[in-house]
Every structure is written in C-alpha cells, then in structure tokens.
Design a protein. Structure first.
Length: 149
C-alpha cells in the first residue's frame, strides 16, 4: 500500500470535523449569525474524496483524482454496493446525486467565479458519514463502527 489508509481516514475525519464546526451558527448580534458555508462544503467534499481514497488504498488500488464520480468507479463492486446500501439509494438515484456533487471540491473553492451554485448538502454530508463508516469498517474489521454513529 503506497499510503497508510488509517492516516488517510484520520485526515478525512479532521476535514469532516472542520466542516461541522464551520456550519455552527455563531451569533453576531440581534438577529444575525455567522456560518461558514463555503469552507464547510469544501471540507466535506474533501473528506469524501479522502474516504474514497482510503477505501481504494485498502483494496490495493491507487487514485489521484478530485472528481468523486471517477473515484467512486475505482471502488470495488462490493464497496460500491455497501455504500449504496448504507445510503439506502438505488444505483440510478445515487449516480444522479453523485454526478451533481462530483466536482464540488474544485468548484466551491472558486465559488466567486460562479454566477450561481446548487448543492444537495444533505446528500454530501450523508455521503461523507457513510463513506467514513465503510472505510473504518474495512480498516478495522473487528471493530463495529456502526456503534459509534
């Protein structure tokens, strides 16, 4: 294995936690709050990318992409099925949702260049959570990671 998959998972988890903290509403004054949406989106997308790369590494593969759709294709059929089952989505719905967010890591880093942006943040967040579970289960098969949800 070219990289330690547990280190990849740990790094992904750090970005996921950073995203959670960026989404915390910080009061600014009466009727105002601050929430760091762009860093949260970018960090969550990067976490998914890293969880996918951890799974790929655990399956003795290698990928150097940012595109989530391309990375998903590098996962084994078993890992793909496992992830879809965890998300409770059929293949067609999953592919549509994944395609819509596959370039979020790159696109949202430069959001100021866009005229508008659409994002299913709920799906992106669930994908990060379930990808983490798949990666952690593969890295530590004797530990039931579902209990830590």
């Amino acid at each position: 294995m070219p990289y330690d998959p547990q280190k990849i998972i740990n790094t992904a988890t750090s970005f996921s936690l950073a995203a959670d903290r960026a989404l915390e509403k910080r009061p600014l004054g009466p009727g105002q709050f601050q929430m760091l949406l762009v860093p949260a989106v970018v960090s969550t997308a990067f976490a998914v990318e890293l969880y996918f790369k951890a799974i790929i590494t655990l399956e003795n593969g290698n990928a150097r992409e940012h595109d989530l759709s391309v990375l998903f294709k590098h996962l084994s059929a078993q890992s793909q099925t496992n992830l879809l089952d965890r998300l409770q989505l059929d293949q067609e719905t999953f592919q549509q949702k994944l395609s819509a967010i596959s370039g979020v890591f790159v696109e949202w880093r430069y959001i100021f260049e866009q005229h508008s942006a659409n994002l299913d943040l709920s799906f992106l967040t669930k994908l990060a959570r379930e990808s983490k579970q798949v990666a952690e289960t593969m890295a530590n098969p004797s530990v039931n990671t579902d209990a830590a949800r």
